[in-house]
Design a protein around this ligand. Structure first.
Ligand code: URA
Length: 246
């Protein structure tokens, strides 16, 4: 048996204090009865708990980091029968979805979760969660070209947010550039470099926030800990995302 406020908090509806307030205001029901006194204990397996009339979701939250190989699609099914990223997670029996897509030919860090709140948070440009990419491009962009990308450039009629860029390898034939952005327009990095005349030859995502792909081999995944999620959110896990393994 668990305290009702703990269950409400675990479901990601509010912090523990916030859950107490919601209970006090009569917005939580257990087996169709409003419960307002604190410390009420419930059996999450058996009792039907609702918030504002909606059943609360107590599904265990799963957070994985996958090193996506090129050649896999990030959709959950593919009419053309190409390999999909969930093929790489055979033993996991949960409805995981990728947090942000990677193109078929892009590789690297792909967060997979069943936590919709985390997905929204990471993808919404308002929260400015950085995504870091290593782009190998044709030729060597000029300082002026790099500046244009850093300031924001028009792609598909929309200006990109400012980006951070630095050369990792400089060479006349092909260069490697780290680029950090916090939005995720379709094929954004490819279109940005294309717009300055240096098409991307190879693209890899290496980090979300400060959560690095590190030495994870291509095609492998690892389960994220609370500490990893702190890195993702730069130290402070938003209150809606609390139900995470230690
Ligand atoms: N930008 C791209 O162009 N492709 C990706 O897969 C991710 C970011």
């Amino acid at each position: 048996m668990e305290r009702l406020q703990k269950i409400i908090a675990q479901a990601g509806i509010a912090s523990r204090r916030g859950a107490e307030e919601l209970i006090a205001r009569g917005r939580v029901r257990v087996n169709d009865q409003v419960v307002t006194h604190m410390g009420y204990k419930v059996d999450p397996e058996k009792d039907r708990i609702t918030f504002d009339g909606n059943p609360i979701n107590l599904e265990k939250k799963i957070y994985l980091l996958l090193n996506k190989p090129a050649g896999y699609v990030t959709t959950l099914s593919d009419p053309q029968g190409r390999p999909i990223v969930t093929d790489l997670l055979p033993e996991i029996n949960a409805r995981l979805f990728p947090v942000g897509r990677l193109d078929l030919d892009t590789e690297g860090a792909l967060l997979m979760t069943n936590d919709g709140a985390l997905g929204n948070y990471v993808l919404h440009p308002r929260y400015e969660i950085n995504k870091t990419y290593e782009a190998t491009v044709k030729g060597m962009p000029s300082a002026a070209g790099m500046q244009r990308l850093a300031k924001g450039i028009l792609i598909d009629g929309q200006k990109t947010y400012p980006a951070q860029l630095r050369f990792l390898v400089k060479s006349r034939s092909r260069s490697k550039i780290e680029i950090i952005i916090h939005e995720g327009k379709k094929r954004q990095v490819r279109k940005m470099f294309q717009a300055i005349g240096h098409p991307v030859l190879h693209l890899k995502r290496t980090a979300y926030g400060n959560l690095q792909l590190g030495t994870l081999s291509s095609g492998k995944y690892r389960t994220l800990t609370k500490n990893d999620l702190k890195k993702l959110f730069l130290g402070k896990i938003p209150f809606t995302i609390k139900n995470i393994p230690a």
